[in-house]
Design a protein around this ligand. Structure first.
Ligand code: COA
Length: 325
């Protein structure tokens, strides 16, 4: 088995900033409520003419530059997303064309907020077994296109963005373990019911606002804490480590209270938790990889550090990855 590591990172956040003060003018909410209940202050919103693949392509180009690789060196592109440009073809195919990766296969992974962790786990199998040498893994979302801007329960939580990682064989360190889980019995807690084969688009589904994200926040909150803690613990154990051996935790950025409750369960001190939720809100598949990208840029991850990615999302799904940097 070959060692697999991240050799390049890139991100793209749309320019438009939507603040809590802006949301106060749209729905019955307040900066105080959003800040204390979630930790979010602002989020990015993609332009009307920007689709998920446009965000993904920009992040991909930055990651390739960082990895010092050309697009033709890629053999596979995996995009984690729940907000594709359209149902088919995949966002990964648009990225393949957009960056000129003419030697790459391409597909999407749908695992909601755990999407990047799932995609990273899939990609690492191809490299560890020697099938491919260089793989681009992207988390990209335009959640603003599926957000009900009249529903204060959900519209304050989400944002748009993309980030990418180039995976390659490395000589030391790299991915030490991956752990994934799911529970489809709770699929009703968080979904976008309309527009699929269960409820194909009709004027009625539009009137019923079924094409927007629906969520039972309270229930999701509790399950997020327990499953993120379980995923973190299992991945750390699989790596032969203890929670105290983790230098930096990069959690899915859904709610700062979820993150801190998970951290408490595993005795992670606050200074080992990376947060950027204040600036971007929940970007689903794009959250953990954007946080990793920014943590590295800010010098929070040093060579030899042990980093934990930990995520949870609709499905329900969850997963964690331990990486030696
Ligand atoms: N502004 C003001 N009030 C709001 C509000 C908003 N944006 N959204 C909801 N409320 C109200 C509710 O209507 C409720 O009012 P009521 O008591 O009169 O019925 C009250 O605030 C409390 O709602 P509750 O659901 O108990 O709040 P909470 O502490 O659970 O926080 C969430 C709500 C959504 C922030 C929280 O449950 C959460 O983060 N859940 C997980 C969401 C998530 O992470 N989803 C993605 C998973 S990857």
């Amino acid at each position: 088995m070959k060692r697999v590591g991240i050799i390049g990172l890139g991100e793209y956040l749309p320019k438009k900033v939507l603040t809590n003060a802006d949301l106060e003018k749209m729905v019955d909410t307040s900066d105080e409520w959003i800040t204390t209940r979630t930790g979010i202050k602002e989020r990015r919103i993609a332009a009307k003419n920007e689709a998920t693949s446009d965000l993904a392509i920009k992040a991909a180009k930055e990651a390739l530059l960082d990895a010092k690789l050309a697009a033709i060196d890629l053999e596979l592109i995996i995009v984690a997303t729940i907000t594709p440009d359209m149902f088919t073809p995949s966002v990964a195919c648009y990225v393949q064309h957009g960056i000129g990766a003419k030697n790459a296969a391409a597909f999407d992974v749908s695992a909601a907020c755990a999407g990047f962790v799932y995609a990273l786990s899939v990609a690492s199998q191809f490299i560890s077994r020697g099938t491919y040498k260089n793989i681009l893994v992207i988390g990209a979302e335009k959640l603003s296109a599926f957000t009900d801007w009249e529903d204060r329960n959900t519209c304050v939580l989400f944002g748009d963005g993309a980030a990418a990682a180039v995976l390659s064989e490395v000589e030391a360190g790299g991915i030490l373990s991956t752990y994934l889980g799911s529970d489809g019995t709770r699929a009703d807690l968080l979904n976008i019911p309309g527009g699929g084969s269960r409820h194909p688009a009709t004027t009625q589904t539009l009137e019923d606002r079924l094409h927007y994200l629906k969520m039972e926040g309270n229930e999701v909150f509790k399950l997020a804490v327990t499953t993120m803690a379980e995923a973190a613990y299992m991945a750390i154990k699989k790596a032969g480590l203890e929670p105290k051996d983790i230098d930096l935790v990069i959690p899915h950025q859904a709610n700062v209270r979820i993150i801190m409750a998970m951290a408490k369960k595993l005795n992670f001190p606050q200074e080992k938790i990376y947060l950027n939720i204040e600036r971007y809100g929940n970007m689903s598949s794009a959250s953990t990889i954007t946080a990793l990208c920014e943590a590295v840029k800010e010098g929070r991850v040093k060579k030899g550090d042990t980093v934990l990615l930990d995520a949870f999302g609709a499905g329900l799904v969850w997963g964690a990855v331990v990486i030696e940097w």
